[in-house]
Design a protein around this ligand. Structure first.
Ligand code: PRP
Ligand code: MN
Ligand code: MG
Length: 200
């Protein structure tokens, strides 16, 4: 944990090493599920960006780490934002993607976490109207919470307890994305970054 976040973390939930191992295995599962197809990875910004980067490295380098061939993929980015502080506003703002280009593609959404499921429950029907050949979701984390709407991702890395988690691009008011482990935020962390990250 970097010095500037030391008092903001109550526990390290998933170490960076564990994340990397799991992403490698997820890449293998994804590769197997898309044999003979080209995957169109759609990274959900900003939270999904670290997972997306590591996942695409695994997919790209497959032939180096296993006896199997890599499979082709393309990618794009979409922005979806709904959180303020630790709470979902319930309203998902989507921007930054030409949805027309999804037509006929095997779209795989790359997310950091499915929490209440609000983001995915909004995004999936929206994207489906643009007629992709298939539409699936990989999420590094899924939260065990009574607030879940029941949405389940197709490829999940880890199930996490009902705590607010940060790090590896998961944020609290844009803070903590720059931490390599996935951690539970402390009360001090919530207080310290309640108005976001200071500019200077
Ligand atoms: C977070 C997270 C997921 C979503 C999960 O995004 O990255 O996209 O919320 O929560 P849900 O299942 O309750 O909808 P956020 O709105 O914080 O935007 P960000 O990715 O830019 O941080
Ligand atoms: Mn997000
Ligand atoms: Mg966020």
């Amino acid at each position: 944990i970097p010095n500037h976040y030391q008092d903001c973390v109550s526990t390290v939930l998933i170490s960076h090493g564990m994340i990397m191992d799991r992403v490698q295995k997820l890449a293998a599962d994804i590769r197997a599920a898309y044999t003979g197809k080209t995957i169109h990875l759609l990274c959900v910004l900003k939270g999904g960006s670290a997972f997306f980067q590591d996942l695409q490295v695994c997919l790209r380098n497959f032939h180096q780490f296993s006896k199997q061939e890599s499979i082709p993929f393309t990618f794009d980015f979409i922005r979806a934002k709904s959180y303020a502080g630790t709470e979902s506003t319930g309203t998902v703002k989507v921007s930054g993607c030409d949805l027309e280009k999804l037509k006929g593609k095997h779209v795989l959404l790359v997310e950091d976490i499915v929490d209440t499921g609000t983001t995915m429950s909004y995004l999936i029907p929206l994207l489906a109207t643009y007629n992709p050949a298939s539409l699936k979701v990989t999420s590094l984390l899924e939260k065990r919470t009574p607030r879940s709407c029941g949405f389940k991702a197709d490829f999940v890395g880890f199930s996490v307890p009902d705590e607010f988690v940060i790090g590896y691009c998961l944020d609290y008011n844009d803070a903590f994305r720059d931490m390599q482990h996935i951690c539970v935020i402390s009360k001090t962390g919530i207080e310290k970054y309640k108005d976001g990250v200071p500019d200077s």
